[in-house]
Every structure is written in structure tokens, then in C-alpha cells.
Design a protein around this ligand. Structure first.
Ligand SMILES: [Mg+2]
Length: 244
């Protein structure tokens, strides 16, 4: 069936998450070190366990990634009390540094431009709070190419929950066969989209790709560069059928 839209994951698909995250955490550490005596090792440990606690309690919801909750837990551990000014400042410092240091992956901008030129609709399907994902889209300067954004915050559950993909199809007013999902996660993106009948493309930048035994985790196609999606949509390369 002719495709009408492309669904993209955001983090680690359209940009690399780790470089800006590392710089943002370093900025947070520097900010906190101005206020209290704290080694980098201790900070990393406290941040890690704060994040683990939030994940354990909120796994599957957008709040599981909300940095304000990580920093609240962290400050409760370092200060044994609530310190609104510090928590809010760390949150601000984190996202300021993150946004400043993030950039689109190779070939993303030209691919989005080409897709729009060919009249495809584009939606972002992402696990996070809407406020932050909107800020990322604005910073990456790609908002004019994006027709819809669906976040786990508005859907109520994270990928691979079907609601993320069904809500996206609903906004686009399209059927599963009329779109393709592109993402880096076998579970979140591939299994989630496959389970509602959406064809999938796994983006794997590393050299190795270990195929999953789970049938829902089998992408229709594996790509190394985002621009390859143009060839797939234009039938220039054969599409692998999933067996299920
Ligand atoms: Mg991702």
C-alpha cells in the first residue's frame, strides 16, 4: 500500500542522546558543587540511584524520565529536605546544557525536507514529557517539517504500548499500512508499531545487529542512515516481509 506518513522516534533516532546528556549532567554537578561539598563519583552514584528509584515507581509513564523528579530525589539525599530553589535550578541547568549541546544526526534534515517535498506527513512518537520534546524540536529547528507529535505524557503510557501508535494514527487519520515507523529500539519502536500492524524500519548505526527471536521485534527493514527511508518509500530497495 502507498505510504502517506513516516513516524519517527526522536531520542537516538533523529539526534544522539548521550553527548548532550553527559554535558548536561556535568553542568548539573558543577552547579551543585558550588553549593555543597560533593565528589563527582558520589554525585554520579546519587543520580543513578535517584533515577533508578523513579524508574521503579513510575516505569511505563512519561514521569519516569522527568528530570525534576530525579533532582528532587537527589537533593533529598544530599540535603535531607526539600530545597525548591536548588531542585528547580538543577532542572533548568540540565535542560539548558542539554539543548545547547544537541544536534541533528547526519542526513536527518535533508531527509525531512525531501519527505515533505514528496508530500509525506511526518509524526514524532516519543517517550517523554511534551514540554521537553517541544523544546527539543524547536532547538533542532525541525518543527516546520513535523505535522504531529505524540508523547507518552499525552498518551498515558510509553512505547511499546499500542496507545502511542494508535493515537498517532488517529491524529494522522491514517491506517497502519499507510505509515512506516522508524526507530532505534527493538522493543519500544519495532515491537510497539508491529503489534498494531505498522510496518517498521530499525535504525542501527553500529555495525552489528542481533536479530531478535521475538516475532514482534522483527523490523521489516534495517537501515544505517535515516536517508535510506527515502529509497524504501520509493520502492528502490526490496522490503523484507515480517513473518508472523
Ligand atoms: Mg529512541
Amino acid at each position: 500500500m502507498i505510504k502517506r506518513a513516516v513516524l519517527f522516534d526522536l531520542d537516538n533516532t533523529l539526534y544522539e542522546y548521550d553527548p548532550p546528556h553527559k554535558k548536561a549532567l556535568f553542568a548539573v554537578y558543577k552547579e551543585l558543587k558550588n553549593k555543597i561539598k560533593l565528589s563527582r563519583k558520589k554525585f554520579d552514584f546519587l543520580f543513578k540511584i535517584s533515577k533508578q528509584e523513579i524508574h521503579r515507581e513510575l516505569s511505563g509513564t512519561a514521569s519516569a524520565h522527568n528530570r525534576i523528579l530525579y533532582f528532587q530525589r537527589l537533593i533529598e539525599k544530599t540535603h535531607n529536605t526539600i530545597e525548591p530553589a536548588i531542585i528547580l535550578k538543577l532542572y533548568e541547568v540540565y535542560w539548558k546544557a542539554f539543548l545547547k549541546n544537541m544536534s541533528l544526526s547526519h542526513g536527518v534534515l535533508s531527509t525531512l525536507k525531501q519527505l515533505k517535498k514528496q508530500n509525506y506527513m511526518i509524526a514524532i512518537v516519543s517517550d517523554m514529557t511534551t514540554h521537553i520534546q517541544l523544546r527539543k524540536l524547536r532547538k533542532l529547528k525541525i518543527t516546520k517539517y513535523i505535522d504531529y507529535l505524540v508523547t507518552s505524557e499525552e498518551a498515558g503510557s510509553e512505547k511499546p504500548h499500542s496507545i502511542m501508535f494508535l493515537l498517532t494514527l488517529n491524529k494522522l487519520r491514517l491506517k497502519p499500512e499507510e505509515v512506516i515507523m522508524v526507530g532505534d529500539s527493538l522493543i519500544s519502536d519495532i515491537e510497539g508499531a508491529n503489534s498494531v500492524g505498522i510496518p517498521t524500519a530499525l535504525i542501527k548505526k553500529g555495525r552489528f545487529y542481533k536479530q531478535s527471536e521475538e516475532s514482534y521485534q522483527k523490523p521489516n527493514v534495517v537501515i544505517k542512515e535515516i536517508s535510506e527511508i527515502l529509497d524504501i518509500l520509493n520502492f528502490k530497495i526490496p522490503r523484507v516481509q515480517t513473518t508472523r
